[in-house]
Ligand binder design. Structure first.
Ligand SMILES: *Cc1c(COP(=O)(O)O)cnc(C)c1O
Length: 374
């Protein structure tokens, strides 16, 4: 090819495929860093499990690697039945996906189109914004109070264009939650044509009497979809397994656009084994309870404020005035092998989000922060 033809091909935009305008307006999701500058000792940037996964999940995978030539069960039957058994849910009303991200995205693509609006809250999980825009709809952001979802703010933004509301409960990255009477009030205030998505990715960790994941509400309403994941408490993020529970009509619509083989065979069998291993889950909850309290108390002793979290992560605030900024802390920690998460893209430029890690990781972060603040 001559220079002339080459430059013509690359400079003329009319010769390249043009993505939808709404797609080009999406700010791509920025995953947590996985490497520190030196040796990575502790990755605490993506709320992954410090305990790995259930040994039963690994055994299940090992016993089923012989038939990789076969397509997986398109209905994820074994997985849906295991979930149904553990939570007492009708498996017909469970939909499985490649992570709950896929469930969120399927829901957006199923219920939203151009001209529609979907609401999420100010510091809400950024995948909602991406899913809404990808479906061609308009995201509407509801302000929060005390880094917590404000039901009245959401209800105040509902118009005849509103088709969906996304609520992470507890929310990532704030770690705060809405008591369930507030979730019920939100649901009661929404028109029945609006789909309320309750993203309960961290529900297993919550130890509060006034919290519910939304199962009951999803079981009894036609416009509620609860989503869950195997990426957090079950420690299976690499396999990509999530699920949703909702009404027959909501699921029927979503199944029409779901790829038939969206959950791999290894993921289905490992997920089924993992969710039945309640001992592993209890151990993970105990570990989190203990270290969430410890890290919170130690960070506060250092004079840092911590947003009370009910998840497997916490939000640490850095005072801006004396130059001890979150970005400096992040760099300092990275040099010491501790990878946390800057959350400026969530409108929280003075904060770092830290996942609860192993005892060693948690102690390493507190030791490094102690040095940093000296
Ligand atoms: C981690 C997380 C998810 C889970 O994502 P997967 O796709 O299942 O790995 C969903 N929602 C929130 C709020 C999360 O933080």
């Amino acid at each position: 090819m001559t220079d002339a033809s080459n430059s013509a091909a690359t400079n003329d935009n009319s010769l390249t495929p043009v993505a939808r305008k709404s797609v080009m307006e999406i700010a791509a999701y920025v995953p947590g860093k996985s490497k520190a500058k030196g040796a990575t000792l502790h990755k605490l940037s993506s709320n992954e499990s410090p305990l790995g996964c259930s040994p039963k999940a690994k055994e299940a995978i090992a016993s089923s690697v012989d038939h990789l030539e076969l397509y997986p069960d398109p209905a994820s039957t074994v997985l849906r039945e295991a979930i149904g058994e553990v939570y007492g849910l009708n498996p017909d009303r469970i939909i499985c996906g490649a992570g709950s991200d896929e469930i969120l995205s399927l829901a957006a693509h199923t219920f939203l189109e151009k001209g529609d609006e979907a609401i999420y809250s100010q510091h809400g999980f950024l995948m909602y914004d991406i899913a809404i825009r990808a479906a061609g709809a308009t995201p509407i952001v509801a302000p929060e109070k005390n880094l917590t979802t404000d039901v009245d703010a959401i209800l105040g933004l509902v118009t005849e264009r509103t088709k969906m509301v996304f609520l992470a409960n507890p929310n990532n990255p704030t770690g705060t939650y809405l008591p369930f009477d507030e979730v019920r009030r939100l649901h009661a205030g929404l028109p029945s044509t609006v789909l309320l998505v309750l993203d309960a990715a961290y529900a297993e960790y919550v130890r509060k009497n006034d919290f519910e994941s939304g199962m009951e509400l999803a079981a009894t309403s036609s416009n509620v979809l609860m989503t869950r994941t195997f990426s957090k408490i079950h420690g299976l993020a690499s396999l990509r397994i999530g699920w949703g529970f909702g009404s027959a009509s909501v699921l029927d619509a979503m199944h029409r656009i779901r790829g038939p083989f969206n959950v791999t065979a290894l993921a289905q069998i490992a997920g089924a084994a993992a969710i039945k291993d309640r001992t592993f889950v209890e151990t993970a909850i105990d570990h989190n309870d203990r270290w969430l309290a410890w890290v919170t108390a130690e960070a506060e002793k250092l004079g840092l404020s911590v947003t009370p979290s009910v998840g497997n992560f916490l939000l640490i605030h850095f005072p801006d005035e004396d130059g001890k900024r979150a970005t400096d802390a992040d760099a300092y920690l990275l040099e010491r092998g501790c990878v946390l998460r800057l959350v400026g893209n969530y409108g929280l430029p003075n904060c770092l989000r830290m996942s609860i890690g192993s005892e060693e990781a948690n102690k390493a972060v507190i030791a490094a922060l102690t040095e940093f603040l000296k």
